[in-house]
Design a protein around this ligand. Structure first.
Ligand code: DC
Length: 219
């Protein structure tokens, strides 16, 4: 068996990384790895305020976390201790908790190892904030997707509206901007494009155009 193929997609909150990662993974016939879901699941399991816990307590809690991955494309399933990670982690509040725990080196080190172990077993489209810079620095294909905060808030607003969930556009914009600032400015593995990443500003592009650009670069 050859070495697994790793494609990385990094970028800020709400830029459409998951959608693109799923679709690109489908085209390549491999799973996609949503690393934001790993940070969200840690935050969700440990609960609000866990970011203030002492390191030994965090380490002890993390020792019981085992991630698994199956399926491919949009049917990829990320599981924690045998149970698929569900939609309970998909709120902007849990996103902020995830961003909080993601500032802690002890959490990042643990999840980095878990991500790298999955990358040894599977070819992956891995999406997150530090895939191309820290977790898979040798990946042959790296992308960084960006878009203005207004556009990202607009997309999230439409997504929530389509799901029948009421949302406040100005509040979404403020939440996204706050999370971005924390993700970009943290000391460990901050959000940024790898030097060798293909940077795509998607502000004025639709999904098909972004997917076409990714496909072309990977081909
Ligand atoms: O992509 P997301 O919105 O699900 O990510 C939630 C938070 O997790 C994000 O605000 C920061 C953190 N995160 C990270 O620090 N590194 C990653 N590779 C993925 C997510």
């Amino acid at each position: 068996m050859g070495k697994p193929l790793i494609v990385t997609i990094d970028g800020p909150a709400g830029v459409g990384k998951s959608t693109m990662a799923k679709r690109l993974a489908r085209l390549l016939g491999i799973p996609y790895l949503d690393t934001g879901a790993m940070f969200r699941s840690v935050a969700w399991k440990l609960g609000q305020g866990a970011w203030d816990w002492p390191e030994p307590k965090l380490e002890q809690a993390l020792a019981g976390f085992e991630y698994g991955l199956s399926g491919e494309g949009e049917d990829s399933v990320l599981s924690l201790n045998g149970a698929p990670i569900g939609d309970e982690i998909r709120t902007e509040e849990v996103g902020m908790w995830a961003s909080n725990v993601a500032t802690l080196p002890v959490i990042r080190t643990f999840l980095k190892r878990a991500q790298q172990r999955l990358g040894e077993r599977f070819s992956l489209v891995a999406e997150g904030r530090d895939m191309g810079t820290v977790v898979f620095p040798d990946a042959p294909h790296k992308f960084f997707l960006d878009a203005s905060v207004e556009e990202r808030a607009r997309r999230r607003f439409l997504q929530l509206r389509d799901m029948g969930k009421p949302a406040d556009r100005a509040a979404l914009e403020a939440q996204i901007a706050r999370r971005d600032a924390q993700d970009r400015n943290r000391a460990v593995a901050p959000l940024k494009a790898a030097d060798d990443a293909v940077v795509i500003d998607t502000t004025a592009m639709d999904r098909e155009q972004v997917l076409a650009a990714l496909k072309e670069a990977v081909a």
